[in-house]
Design a protein around this ligand. Sequence first.
Ligand SMILES: Cc1cc2nc3c(=O)[nH]c(=O)nc-3n(C[C@H](O)[C@H](O)[C@H](O)COP(=O)(O)OP(=O)(O)OC[C@H]3O[C@@H](n4cnc5c(N)ncnc54)[C@H](O)[C@@H]3O)c2cc1C
Length: 492
Amino acid sequence: MKTAVIIGSGLGGLSTALRLTQKGYRVKVIEKNDTVGGRLNILQDKGYTFDVGPSFYSMSYEFDELFASAGVKNPLQLEKLNPVYQVYFRHRKEPFKIYTDLEQLAQEFAFEPNFKQKIEKYLAKAGQFFHDTENVIVKKNFNSVLHYLMGMTKVPLKHTPYLFKSMWKVLDKTFEHEETKVIFSLVAFFLGSTPFETPSIYSLLNYTELKHDGYWAVKGGMYSIVKEIRKILEQRGVEFVTNTEIVSYENGTPDKVTAFIDQNGNKYTADVFVVNSDAASFRGKVLKRQKFNEQKLDNLDWTLSPFTIYLGVRKKLKNLIHHNYFLGDNFKEYANKIFKSTIAPEKPYYYVNVTSKSDPSTAPEGCENVFILCPVPDLRFKKDWADTETFAKNIIQDLQERIGDNILDNIDTMHIMNPIDWQNKFNLYRGSGLGLSHGMRQVGGFRPKNYDEEYKNVFYVGASTTPGTGLPMVVIGSKLVTERIEQSNVNV
Ligand SMILES: Cc1cc2nc3c(=O)[nH]c(=O)nc-3n(C[C@H](O)[C@H](O)[C@H](O)COP(=O)(O)OP(=O)(O)OC[C@H]3O[C@@H](n4cnc5c(N)ncnc54)[C@H](O)[C@@H]3O)c2cc1C
């Protein structure tokens, strides 16, 4: 039987394990933490259940494909979100509700002249970006930059300018009102960047949220994904080795790794190794590649860091739905300054997720589980987080004022993760939440490859390799890396 060791149990690692068992591999998963799932994790305290990171996903059919590839029916129970989210601005008491029904959405933007025509045109274009790249670029393995550039020639030429214009530039031309532009630019933050830096081709995310497949939450919380995959893997005899960090390796021959080694000196041998740790920083930290040393890594573009707060609140909170954004009135100035700053923002912009609004099983009766995510500078810029408690209190204070409800006096439980915690817990480089960012210099053939440059039995899956970050993308990545392994010349 062929054997595989997977280093890291994030969604990319687990999905690859599922596909490899179907191909007849005996698989072992090594995880540095005591729970599996990576960023897709769970926090439970005093009857409250929190999603640690992801709170929804799009392209749900990628999960159907994943389970089907393993010969099982998708066991996840999904809930479609509509409104997909609501957005509060500081100057406006009522939030904007973002519906997938464009008639209903148009009523929210009644002040924007010809909104319906404009959004239809905008989404039609975004849909073209999506469908013209999904199969020919996103779901393809490329062997070199040249191969990738040749692949790009299959993308209609008319899209080329949108690779080089910022998302904001196109929105600025499309809509008149600042609020409209800001709201439809928020998808850039799902890529861990700002709309001023994100190429407008990624407006395809507006299409996925509003037209294509929408946003989905999972019944029982997002961690159900991990539980269901793990259940199948255990039935197939996959072994999980937790609390174990891979720190070095051994190569018997110049082109093959014979073993990866953990913090206690234990060696793990296999025919094939799949690294689910960050594909760029693992090459530097564990494989000691000069091309990925700290200086080089620091010069790459990394996504923003998360500052997250998990609050168990012993009362029902009004004016919140499943997904909520709280923005200020200085979007451009905020986005351009705050993420390279050495201090925490005084008036932060943040996202709030309350799964107990749609799934009461995630909080005790009459209570709410509140997850707050505030994107902040990564640890290259703001290194010191001694102000963690003050910053968290500042955000909660702001939230309670804006929803007109008392949170601070009703807290049952509170956990906070600052960028240092995110870095240390999941080996995220400088605390970057989504890994390498997705500018044109860091996607496709320019992203760290899903196969190793030197060792032909080492492969990569996850946010910082191809195709990129986000749950559906790492599931696609698991398919791509499995194809690589199948096509490789690894002598097993
Ligand atoms: C706050 C936050 C919110 C997000 N929200 C969403 C969302 O709503 N929707 C969405 O689609 N995406 C979201 N994302 C992105 C999504 O979480 C990631 O893209 C995805 O989970 C990454 O999966 P991965 O396979 O790359 O592995 P990871 O989740 O990074 O897992 C890698 C695993 O490897 C382990 N590991 C690392 N190094 C070693 C080592 N040397 N030895 C052993 N183990 C090691 C880590 O502990 C970790 O468990 C969010 C991310 C964050 C941080």
